[in-house]
Design a protein around this ligand. Structure first.
Ligand code: COI
Length: 353
């Protein structure tokens, strides 16, 4: 078992945190894990006080975008144990993103043992409050100071954490994007690569200026089929069936997405993973059959969509409290994550303090 040397903070900053009023992504826990890759191997990781990193202006991640990340969450159960939700899936997805971006794979030992040790040290930062969690951000970036275009030979892997509340505070108004493209087949859309998010900021801001919280991406070839939203996969309930676009090279394989589909099947709902066209949504709405729409993501959890805009029209959806399928699944998922219900799929990784 790897035991990671830790330089601990002299005094915790936790007194600055109001557990009853946590904003997403603004306050960071006391420590971070850092491991460097050089000479073709990962060097021993360390735990350090959370803080700035110095780097050369020529750091290649800043110029050519070899930078990938993950998002995961930890909860506390009634005994005070820390519960991680499907962390090995994040580990695997990080390495898939890394492969696409020509970066080395992180080892399971560094990822999992590093995570466990970091969480033990910063256990007090895991919010006990319902609806809150400790958000965990593993990421990796290229560190060569070299400005020729080639894969870096050195990298840094880091994990830091932050207590969070809801990412979206209200049901969302989203608009279908008719022009911009997030991702095309054969591209890197399935990777959790920093550049995918950077390139989405301008189209998202334009939609926000028109009064929508987020946009819905459509396929790059025809702008005909629904892909995903800014920070979430998308699901619809049409005529009692839960329908979502299949994962592909253009869509992120969401872990919440996968969990929701599994739970929907467990609960006896009909699930269809297939292409969803804009026309289908518009027709279903006209016929009164578009009953629910929601996003799924680690940060977003299950985020209800109140309105979908397309081609000059707002399609208003039924009230959130009337949405049987998403509310049912959301409640069950929360109970599994917080240890209130048996974990029949072995999704929870428990850290006993
Ligand atoms: C997540 O859901 O964890 C994400 O990474 C989405 C976003 C906050 C970038």
């Amino acid at each position: 078992m790897l035991t990671i040397p830790a330089q601990c903070v002299a005094e915790s900053r936790i007194a600055e945190l109001d557990f009853n009023n946590i904003e997403f992504g603004k306050i960071f826990s006391d420590h971070m894990l850092v491991a460097d890759y050089k000479d073709n191997e990962w060097q021993s990781p360390q735990i350090l006080p959370y803080g700035n990193m110095t780097m050369s202006p020529a750091t290649s991640a800043l110029h050519y975008g070899q930078s990938i990340f993950e998002g995961m969450k930890a909860y506390k159960d009634a005994n005070g144990d820390i519960l991680l939700f499907r962390p090995l899936e994040n580990f695997r997805r990080l390495n898939k993103s890394g492969e696409r971006m020509c970066m080395p794979a992180i080892t399971e030992d560094i990822f999992m043992k590093g995570l466990e040790q970091l969480l033990r040290l910063d256990a007090a930062w895991v919010p006990p409050t319902a609806g809150c969690a400790l958000y965990i951000r593993p990421f990796m970036f290229a560190t060569d100071d070299f400005i020729g275009v080639r894969p870096s030979a050195s990298y840094r892997f880091t994990i830091f954490t932050c207590p969070v509340g809801a990412y979206y505070g209200q049901p969302l108004k989203v608009a279908i994007e008719p022009d911009y493209v997030r991702s095309a087949e054969g591209g890197a859309g399935f990777a959790k690569a920093a550049g995918n998010y950077g390139a989405a900021l301008l189209p998202a801001r334009k939609m926000q200026e028109r009064g929508y919280h987020q946009l819905i991406w459509t396929d790059a070839k025809e702008h005909k089929y629904i892909e995903e939203s800014g920070t979430m996969n998308l699901m619809f309930v049409i005529d009692g069936k839960l329908i979502t676009p299949p994962v592909s090279t253009t869509i992120l394989a969401g872990i919440t997405r996968d969990s929701v589909l599994q739970l929907a099947k467990d609960l006896g709902y009909t699930v269809e993973e297939r292409k969803v066209s804009i026309d289908e949504l518009v027709e279903a709405h006209k016929a009164g059959k578009l009953q629910e729409a929601f996003g799924t993501g680690t940060a977003a959890t299950i985020a209800q969509i109140a309105t979908i805009h397309y081609n000059g029209e707002d399609m208003d959806l039924p009230a959130v409290e009337d949405r049987e399928i998403s509310n049912h699944i959301s409640t069950e998922l929360d109970k599994i994550k917080t240890g209130e219900t048996p974990d029949t799929h072995n999704w929870v990784h428990r850290i006993r303090l």
